[in-house]
Design a protein. Structure first.
Length: 144
């Protein structure tokens, strides 16, 4: 099924110069980039983005971290992109993510796991709506 998912390169991924490496992995797989921006998210956006984790002890630190610097916010489109995007990213804890995945290859700590991807169709919809206006999503044909 043709789907869209929200993918963000977090401040640590941007600081470490991993933007092109990460985009390239989604692009080479054959997914289509339909929205992208660089933004320093407000605390409010960060809290809304992570609202499911509100009761966790690391919630405040996580939101502070997300809003601490530039984030690359993206929407990727493709067959099964929500689930497969999570596969490209790898397990949440970089100590448990497989080599070959983005976190497995490029990160070591759960507090610095460099990238976020929506975990299902509902969160994908919510996160895309939180980070983007409808007119920021582009329709085009690609031959990838
Ligand atoms: P992400 O995929 O963005 O979704 C939730 C984030 O919470 C996760 O990546 C981690 O960055 C963060 N997270 C999850 N568990 C912990 C933890 N135990 N300590 C700190 N951060 C965590």
């Amino acid at each position: 099924e043709l789907e869209r998912t929200f993918i963000a390169i977090k401040p640590d991924g941007v600081q470490r110069g991993l933007i092109s490496e990460i985009i390239s992995r989604f692009e080479r797989k054959g997914f289509k980039l339909v929205a992208i921006k660089i933004t320093v998210p407000s605390k409010d956006i960060a809290q809304k983005h992570y609202h499911d984790l509100k009761t966790r002890p690391f919630f405040d630190g996580l939101c502070d971290f997300l809003s601490s610097g530039p984030v690359i916010a993206m929407v990727w489109e493709g067959e099964g992109v929500i689930k497969y995007g999570r596969k490209l990213i790898g397990a949440t804890d970089p100590q448990k993510s497989e080599p070959g995945t983005i976190r497995g290859d490029l990160a070591v700590a759960i507090g610095g796991n460099i990238i976020h991807g929506s975990d299902g169709p509902e969160t994908a919809k919510d996160e895309i709506n939180l980070w983007f206006k409808p007119e920021e999503l582009v329709n085009y044909t690609s031959n990838a």
